[in-house]
Ligand binder design. Structure first.
Ligand SMILES: [Zn+2]
Length: 328
């Protein structure tokens, strides 16, 4: 063995024999995905529900809770962790959340590193109970690459893709609670049928905006799946995660873009500060181009419980109507 090989080996051993992280961003994305999915798959392997029901399930975002409520029906009791206006990228669990996770019989989260600050909790919970990202079975080829070695987590904005997640939840529940397998599959079929109609509605409505005006400018980059599914050009001030700060350069670039292309509206999000979007509007005004606030979109959180926007379908309809109304 050469001296160099020896020192490399020594360094590896000092680092706990971890293989070095891949330099290639694509490989890193696959590794990070595997790191999230492997404990989840493991947590499902032998688990079988033994209680009387309803199964006590903690869900993170409203969109995840919406799937589990619809697919689980009366057989589940859903405890939703993140309510109206909550940003999942930044969300740190409270001591109360930690004990809710510990008490739950099952946990569903969105995954693809959306709830980045909860990742360690999920990995440790997976040792005791089914702890599963609803995106578990999505084909990586359908995911949009993002920076920092992750895939873009905002898959709920492609309704057809989110509908695949509903099927995965049904399959996971059927495996865990086989006595009610048929109920879960029937519930999922009914829910997915509504999502087909929702997908069709979004496509038809957005196609009414003339292609040149079909540009969605928002606070953070949550709408790439939406843009791909419904043929909308998407631009954002902040990146895919809200953990990074927006640069002045990015704001200036977007002011230039909005002014040159005569785009008339930009949008704020309920779970992100509107400060940067206001800077865009002011920047355009200084250049003599008027940009309106097109309205408020639901990006990473649904609306208030008990309102139409407090459901996944209502949230998508609200966004589509708001975007169409402002850009048409
Ligand atoms: Zn986001």
């Amino acid at each position: 063995m050469t001296l160099l090989a020896c020192s490399v080996l020594a360094a590896l051993m000092a680092a706990g024999c971890q293989p070095p992280a891949s330099q290639n961003p694509n490989d890193r994305r696959r590794e990070n995905l595997q790191e999230e999915r492997a404990p989840a798959e493991q947590s499902l392997r032998t688990a079988t529900y033994k209680g009387e029901g309803p199964i006590e399930i903690v869900c993170t975002s409203g969109m995840v809770a919406d799937i589990v409520r619809n697919v689980g029906g009366e057989r589940v009791a859903v405890d939703q962790m993140m309510g109206e206006g909550v940003d999942p990228h930044l969300y740190k669990p409270t001591p109360g959340d930690v004990s809710r996770l510990a008490r739950a019989e099952m946990i569903f989260f969105s995954g693809l590193h959306l709830e980045g600050k909860l990742a360690d909790h999920f990995a440790s919970m997976a040792r005791d109970k089914p702890t599963v990202p609803v995106t578990l079975r999505l084909d990586p080829a359908k995911l949009i690459p993002a920076d920092e070695g992750y895939f873009d987590p905002h898959v709920w904005f492609d309704v057809a893709l989110w509908s695949e997640c509903a099927q995965a939840v049904a399959d996971v529940l059927a495996g865990f609670d086989p006595e009610f397998a048929e109920t879960y599959r029937e519930n999922a079929a009914a829910y997915r049928k509504r999502l087909v109609a929702l997908d069709e509605y979004a496509r038809t409505e957005l196609a009414k905006i003339p292609p040149k005006q079909r540009v969605l400018v928002t606070a953070h980059d949550a709408f790439q799946y939406f843009g791909r599914a419904y043929d909308v050009e998407v631009k954002a001030i902040q990146g895919v995660s809200t953990t990074s700060e927006a640069g002045l350069r990015k704001i200036n670039e977007l002011v230039e873009y909005l002014t040159t292309n005569r785009i008339g509206a930009v949008f704020v999000e309920t779970s992100v500060s509107d400060k940067n979007v206001q800077s865009l509007i002011e920047g355009c005004a200084e250049r003599g181009h008027t940009v309106d606030l097109g309205g408020e979109l639901f990006s990473d959180a649904m609306g208030r419980e008990g309102t139409p926007e407090g459901t996944y379908e209502g949230m998508i309809r609200h966004n589509v109507e708001t975007i169409r109304g402002a850009l048409e």
